[in-house]
Design a protein around this ligand. Sequence first.
Ligand code: URA
Length: 200
Amino acid sequence: GMAARARAREAATLAELEAALRAFDGCPLKFGAMNTVFADGNPQARVMLVGEAPGEDEDRQGKPFVGVSGRLLDRMLEQIGLDRSSVYITNILPWRPPGNRSPTQAEIAACLPFLERHVELIGPEVLVPLGGTSAKTLLNRSEGITRLRGQWFEYPVGASNQPVPVLPMLHPAYLLRNPVSKREAWRDMLTLRSRLAQSG
Ligand code: URA
């Protein structure tokens, strides 16, 4: 709602945004979670990855992608010479949904102003939604991730609406369940690598 949006907009730094998020009571998921999972990686990174929501390991440790999905993600990044010091990672939702259920539209909407400001403060060169929930939320589109992945889109950042290139990819948890799709994930990593090489 308006209160969250105002609090998020008032945040002038990442530390202020994290504090505002921790103080935000507008998303009920907070009350069932152990931790607020804000982000990991390098705030100066050229690539910002956005997953869905913390799982059990992330909720416990307070960091995104530290469980099995995270280990696969690290291996995928490694294929193109990236690691946690060369990317920045967050999620659509900072709190774990009970039993890892899918987040509701209301939960996503409540937290979205914080993510929007988060992207604005990081100012990445490329935004990578991981999985359908993240891609649909950031791109405002109804197609599934198998349609969106590997293609370039744009996301209008902040008040200026400055567009940032977006490359949706398959979620590592999906790849763990559907290993045959790792071919597509590998292709998408190469697409990301080419873009980063082009722009120096
Ligand atoms: N899955 C996600 O989408 N995010 C995490 O942080 C962990 C698993």
